[in-house]
Design a binder for this molecule. Structure first.
Ligand SMILES: Nc1ncnc2c1ncn2[C@@H]1O[C@H](COP(=O)(O)OP(=O)(O)O)[C@@H](O)[C@H]1O
Ligand SMILES: [Mg+2]
Length: 193
């Protein structure tokens, strides 16, 4: 499966989710963000699994087309190259933090995804561990974009592991890792590829 993780807003968890999905699915991770967040993470990881490829935004669509499966981390901006990358995705995954600034920017992100004519799904990130996702899912329904019913919860462990070159998916038996495992299992049921 080729999953392109995108939101025109920064700080919503694109890199965190992309790296987690690359680990849980044992897929190559294409880092097309000039900030190279996943490349720095891979440097700390000290392992070739997953393979993390430093790729320019201008070339990522071509690289992705040639692969059977991959996870792509894009920059948090609507810049040239994003459209082409979205256009070759099996699914565009849009992390959404439920705060006003992210919600204000969301229609622009979803418009870019719509223009790519690829299946798109939102994924709630940083949801409070005890918050109910149902109400939020309902409030996002008018956007008319599918949403994964399993959210990624706010957990400090995501930040701690990241600084060590690890991710929650390296620990699927933990609460944080369990979120990722469930999301990956759900994605596989969606017949995107
Ligand atoms: N579910 C989460 N729980 C706690 N911290 C998170 C979570 N998701 C992301 N973060 C933290 O939020 C910050 C931004 O995440 P990042 O993945 O870099 O976002 P983006 O790639 O969209 O800019 C990072 O410090 C990251 O560790
Ligand atoms: Mg990032």
């Amino acid at each position: 499966m080729k999953i392109v993780v995108f939101n025109g807003k920064g700080g919503v968890g694109k890199s965190t989710i992309a790296a987690n999905l690359a680990v849980i699915s044992a897929s190559p991770l294409l880092d097309a963000d000039p900030q190279a967040t996943c490349c720095y993470w891979a440097d700390r990881r000290g392992s070739n699994s997953p393979e993390v490829v430093d790729v320019s935004l201008g070339r990522v669509a071509i690289r992705l087309k040639a692969l059977e499966r991959a996870i792509v981390d894009l920059p948090g901006a609507s810049v040239p190259g994003v459209h082409d990358a979205l256009s070759v995705a099996d699914v565009v995954l849009v992390p959404v933090v439920y705060d006003q600034a992210t919600l204000d920017a969301l229609p622009a992100t979803l418009e870019l995804a719509r223009n790519a004519h690829r299946p798109t799904t939102m994924l709630l990130n940083r949801l409070h561990p005890r918050a109910h996702a149902d109400g939020i899912v309902t409030s996002l329904a008018p956007l008319n974009v599918p949403i994964c019913l399993t959210p990624v919860r706010e957990r400090a462990s995501h930040r701690d592991w990241w600084s060590q070159g690890l991710v929650a998916a390296d620990f699927p038996d933990t609460d944080a890792g369990g979120d990722i495992l469930q999301i990956w299992q759900w994605l596989q049921t969606q017949n995107y590829a």
